[in-house]
Ligand binder design. Sequence first.
Ligand SMILES: CC(C)(COP(=O)(O)OP(=O)(O)OC[C@H]1O[C@@H](n2cnc3c(N)ncnc32)[C@H](O)[C@@H]1OP(=O)(O)O)[C@@H](O)C(=O)NCCC(=O)NCCS
Length: 387
Amino acid sequence: MSAARDVVCVVQARTGSSRFPGKVLAELAGRPVLRFMLDRLEGLGPEVVVATSDLARDDPVEEVARAAGRSVVRGPERDVLARFAATLDAFPAAHVVRLTADCPLVDPEIVAAVVALHLDRGADYTSNVLPRTFPKGLDVEVVRADALRVADRCAADPVEREHVTPFVYRRPERFTLANLRADLLAGDERWTVDTREDLDAVREIVARVGRDRFSWREAWAAVGPRAAPPRGTVHLVPATPADAEFFLACRADPDAVRWSRSGAPIPPAEHARWFAAACDDPAIRLRVGVLDGERVGTVRVDVTGGVGEVGIAVAPARRGRGLGTALLRALLADVAADPQVVRLTALVHPDNHASLGAFARAGFVPDGEHDGFRVLRRDPALPMEEA
Ligand SMILES: CC(C)(COP(=O)(O)OP(=O)(O)OC[C@H]1O[C@@H](n2cnc3c(N)ncnc32)[C@H](O)[C@@H]1OP(=O)(O)O)[C@@H](O)C(=O)NCCC(=O)NCCS
C-alpha cells in the first residue's frame, strides 16, 4: 500500500440514474460527459480516482476513466459511502474531495479553493453548497478521511449512505464545518446534468465559451444569469452580510420581541457581529424571503443532529397576508434540495396566533411544550398535501 497522500479526489460515476440513465456517458463536446469532466481536472494537484459501481452496466464507465488515464475503484451501487471507504483503502489520504460525474463543468480553481479553506480552517467538512452561492453543478465537498470513516461505521440512514457526506454535515455539533461562498448569488443556476434539458443547457454553455477548459467566471461572463426568479411566489436566497439590517428590522418591533425566545430586543452591535459569522456558518441556514425582487421576510434554521430549529419573521409592514406561510413553504423546498435536515422543529409562544397559524398551514404538528413555548415539528420529506 502506498503512503497516505494529503488529499485524494474521488469522482463518483454510474450509469444507473433514474431521471437520465447513462447521462455520464452522453456526448458533450465530442466525448462522454465523464471524459469531458476528467479532462477539465487535468493538472489538479491531488490524484483523481473514479469510483463506480460493481455492476456490469458500469463497465463502460471504467473504460472511459481508464482511457483518460485515471484509476478506478468499484463498489456497491447504492451504498456510495462504502464505495468511498473502499477508495480510501486503495488510495489512503488524510482528506477526500468528493465530486460527482454529473458536474462536467467542475472548475479546478474552485476545487483548489475549497481544499485550501478546508485545510486553513482545520475543518472536518468543507463545501461550497451550505449555502449554495455557486451555480449548481460546480459542487465541491472536502471531508477529512477520519470523519468519513466514522460516517462509514455509524451511518444507518440510506440517505446518509447514498449521499456520502450528510452524516457529517447534519451534525455540526460533532464535526467542524466550513463553506466557500461566491461573491455573487448564483445558486439558482443549473449547470449540472440531472436531465436531458440540463445537458442541452450545459452544451450551450460550452458552445458559448467556445473552449473545453474555462473557469466558471469565463462561463458566467459568457452566459450570465439564466434562472428567472419566480413571479408572485416567495423564494429563499442565502443571506449575505448586507442583509444584517433587514434581519434586525424584522425582529425589532414590539410583536417580534414579545414572541421571541428571549423576550428582549437584540443589541444592534451584537447582532452585526453574530450575523457576519452566521452567514457563512453551514450549521445555520439564514435565508431571505424574496417576492418579486423585494425582501419580505427572514428564515433562520439552526441545525443540530439533523434537526433544524426554525425561526421566521415577516417584515412588519407585510404581516397578516399569508407571507409567513409562504416563507415556510419556501423553506420546505429549500431543505428538500439538500439532505441536511431530517426534521424541522419550532418553538412558538402559545399566544402567537399568527405564527401558530402559519406553521399549521405549512404542515407542522404539535409535539409537546418546552419552557412555556409550544413545540411544533415537521418531517420535510412529507409532501405538502400529506402534511
Ligand atoms: C408570525 C409571522 C411570521 C406570521 O407571518 P404572517 O405573514 O403575519 O402570517 P400569515 O399571514 O401567513 O398568517 C398565518 C395565520 O395567522 C393568522 N394571523 C395573521 N395575523 C394574525 C394576528 N395578528 N392574530 C391572529 N391571527 C393572525 C392568519 O389569518 C393565518 O391564519 P389561518 O392560517 O388560520 O388563515 C409574522 O406575523 C411575524 O413576523 N411576526 C413577528 C415575528 C414572529 O412572531 N415570528 C415567529 C416566531 S416563532
